[in-house]
Ligand binder design. Structure first.
Ligand code: ZN
Length: 245
């Protein structure tokens, strides 16, 4: 399989914003790629819609302690791949809807960060991979796309943002994980697979078994690399690139 090039030449990307529903989603989907971006001098910001306070119920951690714990875990995971700018929107875990409020809140972050590329979740439910299609992921993906186009670039969308001083900003492209349309671009993460695993292991409340997590991550990124036509021993992440200019 050939790999179509990303729409935007890499040298034109200075800032990347990742918008995801839960702490740990960005690490499952994109941490290997993010490590390579920050190595290349690209500034990466995470915007996490919920605090993941409905996660890890089986560990017995009181619910009120889960949100700060998961913010701390995501902050530690981000540092592993060179990300130090995190925005937590504080929506309730398990109840995310693609509302105008969420679109406005994501648009505010886009206008502040002014990224050339936004990475996020697909709004399409994949019936073959139902875990990737958590309702919060679908809603966050839908709101993220709406924030990229048209809200963040439209002066008349969410007029309160302009009143707050945020100028419109047009994102060049979206990179979406999951979904049913399938990937259009593969990122060889062989040089950053160890950091991806280390980032995921920062989410101790969700992934308490380091050996099992390492095996799981190597297993599926090997399968993605094979789908990309990369030689044996390589690891990859996959996205669908959507031009938004
Ligand atoms: Zn999630």
């Amino acid at each position: 399989m050939t790999t179509p090039p990303p729409k935007q030449p890499a040298e034109l990307v200075e800032r990347v914003l990742c918008v995801l529903a839960h702490p740990d989603d960005v690490d499952f989907g994109f941490a290997g790629s993010v490590a390579q971006f920050t190595d290349a001098g690209i500034e990466v910001t995470y915007c996490i819609v919920t605090d993941g306070d409905a996660g890890g119920a089986e560990t017995g951690t009181p619910r009120e302690e889960m949100a700060p714990l998961r913010r701390d875990e995501q902050t530690a995971a981000a540092a592993v791949v060179g990300v130090h700018d995190l925005r937590f929107l504080g929506y309730p875990d398990g109840r995310v809807e693609s509302t105008l409020d969420l679109r406005r809140d994501i648009s505010r972050v886009i206008r502040d960060v002014r990224p050339q590329r936004v990475m996020g979740q697909s709004p399409e439910r994949n019936l073959d991979r139902i875990y990737a299609s958590h309702p919060d992921h679908l809603a966050t993906g839908d709101a993220t796309i709406a924030a990229v186009y048209p809200d963040a670039r439209n002066r008349w969308a969410h007029p309160e943002l302009e009143a707050e001083g945020w100028e419109p900003w047009a994102v060049d492209e979206l990179w979406l994980g999951g979904g049913i349309a399938g990937p259009s671009h593969y990122i060889d993460i062989t040089t950053s697979i160890e950091r991806k695993i280390e980032a995921l292991l920062s989410h101790k409340s969700q992934l308490p078994d380091p050996v099992a997590t390492g095996e799981m991550v190597r297993g599926w990124t090997t399968m993605i690399a094979a789908a990309a036509g990369l030689p044996e021993g390589r690891y990859a992440e996959a996205v669908r690139v959507v031009g938004t200019r």
